[in-house]
Design a protein around this ligand. Structure first.
Ligand code: SF4
Length: 398
């Protein structure tokens, strides 16, 4: 028998190590154990990112990133006491309460957001819940009109009962944002004017009405790693995974208990914290959009690139995030600041080979109201801003 020289002999193939056995192929599960999620979360960082990136490609086109714009339509004076929030009337901050914006003003802002490439428009109010407020009727009009522009719509209005959720659905609402913030155990340390159960009840009402749920949390609110795992576990064991999972990094606001704590301790959320949470959320909720939300501007483009690699596929763009973070369009700064930021985002998209997600595709494909304008879409990729205009995305080869 012919014997091959030693250097050409192939050793019998060993079975794959347990950690390499098909774990990069995800199935959608709702029966996660907290320990399992902990094991995923605590992996070596690059291994975690690789696993998340593999799962991401199983369910999404990794080149697509949703761009959402968030507008505070009623700012400040909120009766709740969320310890991170500049809009709570319990804390002395620089935020001045305002009345509800007029419908026309909101629609103008939505048009601007659409022209600049956003495909989802989110409207937020600082109050405990909709209650019996007349302004709810104005919000229903806003939702109907914005969805008529062909944009996905989202609201964050606090606690919502079943009837209000149904009215929002009938008005064409795509998604409702209601964050759980952190783990059930840590939640009472963050807010005392409502309970985790209150939040879960609103989420159930939203789901029941057929509106997609947007629900995530905040890093940097004096939580432990176990709290981060606990939050992701709660989300991943809901009857349906949220359609969107925002992962926020606390933007510390002077005058708020948690903002002051972070400023005093100098313990900002690191990019590694963000990557770890984003990647874990991506793996255990593989069909959800994972949104890189508040605090994004604190991270370099390299760090953001790692977050996209870890499975983030949605960002907030636009004037501001309620009261913080994204540079705002204002009379003092005009378009300059906003333009600068959009240029930076457009350049980052181009450098990373990313493009904008079309509205009503993927997880929201079935939610387009029949009155939405199909002909006009802000469906082009975000492009490099030319000259002094921020609109008019250009073709980019991918
Ligand atoms: S986070 Fe929302 S509910 Fe909490 S204080 Fe701020 S505006 Fe009110």
């Amino acid at each position: 028998m012919l014997r091959l020289p030693r250097c050409l002999r192939v050793a019998p193939r060993a079975p794959p190590a347990p950690w390499a056995q098909s774990r990069h192929f995800a199935v959608v599960r709702h029966d996660w154990k907290r320990e399992e999620i902990g094991d995923i979360y605590h992996q070596p960082l690059l291994e975690l990112v690789f696993q998340a990136a593999s799962v991401h490609r199983q369910f999404f086109d990794p080149k697509e990133v949703q761009q959402s714009t968030l507008l505070s339509i009623k700012t400040g004076g909120c009766g709740e006491n969320c310890g991170y929030c500049s809009q709570s009337q319990s804390f002395k901050t620089s935020v001045k309460p305002t009345h509800m914006m007029k419908v026309d003003e909101v629609l103008e802002a939505a048009r601007k957001a659409k022209d600049a490439g956003s495909t989802r428009f989110c409207m937020g109010t600082a109050w405990r819940g909709v209650g019996q407020k007349n302004s709810f009727q104005h919000i229903l009009t806003m939702v109907k009109e914005v969805s008529g522009m062909g944009m996905e719509t989202c609201c964050t209005l606090g606690l919502l009962n079943a009837e209000q959720a149904k009215q929002l659905k009938d008005a064409g609402l795509t998604a409702y944002n209601h964050n759980l913030d952190t783990s059930p155990e840590h939640y009472p340390n963050i807010v005392s004017t409502r309970t985790y159960a209150d939040r879960l009840e609103t989420l159930a009402n939203v789901r029941e009405a057929g509106i997609s749920v947007c629900c995530g949390g905040i890093l940097g609110i004096a939580e432990t790693q176990e709290d981060r795992i606990g939050l992701i576990h709660t989300l991943a064991t809901l009857p349906e995974h949220p359609e969107s999972v925002p992962i926020n990094a606390l933007v510390p606001i002077e005058g708020t208990p948690l903002g002051d704590r972070q400023i005093k301790m100098g313990t900002a959320v690191t990019w590694r914290d963000m990557v770890r949470s984003i990647a874990t959320a991506r793996i255990v909720m593989p069909q959800s959009m994972v949104r890189l939300s508040a605090g994004r501007m604190e991270f370099s483009q390299e760090a953001q690139a790692m977050m996209f690699m870890a499975g983030a596929n949605s960002i907030f763009t636009g004037d501001k995030l309620l009261t913080t973070a994204n540079p705002k369009f204002s009379e003092e700064t005009g378009w300059a600041e906003e333009l600068q930021r959009r240029c930076a985002d457009a350049a980052m998209f181009e450098a990373l080979g990313l493009r904008g997600k079309k509205p009503f595709t993927g997880p929201t494909a079935h939610l387009r109201p029949h009155w939405a304008d199909r002909a006009v879409g802000s469906e082009l990729p975000m492009g490099t801003v030319q000259g002094t205009t921020v609109s008019g995305p250009r073709e980019v080869a991918f």
